[in-house]
Design a protein around this ligand. Structure first.
Ligand code: AP5
Length: 215
């Protein structure tokens, strides 16, 4: 049997990154994340693509979507190289969803449901390791020593787009562009919804059950 193709959907802060990492490990599949890929290439020159800004950084720091042409190419390359995968952060609008359906087929589409107040708390309290990318929360999952990564000893920083104003803008962009993607998969009858407000272990158990059932 081929490896599972899983799509994890949810608003900014819903726990897609946290849960995708666990799923990738549990099923031994690739974690394909457009957010991490763009952060690793945020100063890439995209001006030849006739874009409003010259780099992904400018879009990300404003909380706006990076143009589809840039992101579609990243996803296409990553999926070509993966057997099984969990896709995190893509598709973000209906055009990306259409592109995705042209290049792959999905076994499971899981939506993490989290209230807006919880999303804002999670994102503004998030800290990430500048060296290894490990994820913490100042209140819900703090490191043993403040500001220091438990895994590699690196410095913990706040992401540029996790300030409260940018978080509000990201949530607005999500409602306008990505909420219709969730409805699209719901209309197709392939969406399963998981309560994203339990502990990370509880949420993971629910997602795993859904992926097992679908594959
Ligand atoms: P991206 O990196 O994809 O960010 P996002 O979707 O906004 O999601 P986040 O990474 O912020 O949240 P998450 O759901 O992964 O939550 P996490 O697990 O970290 O995108 C960033 C930017 O890149 C976009 O704004 C855009 O500019 C650009 N971009 C990316 N993809 C694009 C695309 N396809 N098209 C165009 N542009 C694109 O959890 C959050 C916090 O909560 C953490 O602190 C964590 O510890 C905590 N937490 C997690 N789970 C729980 C739990 N169960 N209980 C308590 N706390 C929890």
């Amino acid at each position: 049997m081929s490896e599972p193709h899983v799509l994890l959907l949810g608003a900014p802060g819903a726990g897609k990154g946290t849960q995708s990492k666990r799923l990738a490990e549990a099923f031994d599949i690739e974690h394909v994340t457009t957010g991490d890929a763009l952060r690793a290439n945020k100063d890439m020159d995209i001006s030849h693509m006739d874009t409003e800004y010259d780099t992904p950084r400018a879009y990300m720091e404003a909380g706006e979507l990076v143009p589809d042409a840039v992101v579609n190419e990243i996803v296409k390359t990553a999926l070509q190289e993966a057997d099984g995968y969990v896709l995190d952060g893509y598709p973000r609008n209906l055009d990306q969803a259409e592109y995705l359906s042209d290049i792959t087929s999905l076994d499971a589409v899981v939506f993490l449901d989290v209230s807006e107040a919880e999303l804002v708390d999670r994102l503004t309290g998030r800290r990430v390791c500048d060296d290894c990318g490990a994820n913490y929360h100042v209140e819900f999952s703090p490191p043993a020593t403040e500001g220091v990564c438990d895994e590699c000893g690196g410095d913990l920083i706040q992401r540029d787009d996790d300030s409260e104003d940018t978080v509000r803008e990201r949530l607005r962009v999500y409602e306008e562009n990505t909420a219709p993607v969730v409805e699209h998969y719901r209309d197709e009858g392939v969406l399963v919804e998981v309560d994203g407000e339990g502990t990370p272990d509880e949420v993971f158990a629910s997602i795993r059950e859904e992926v097992d059932a679908a594959t």
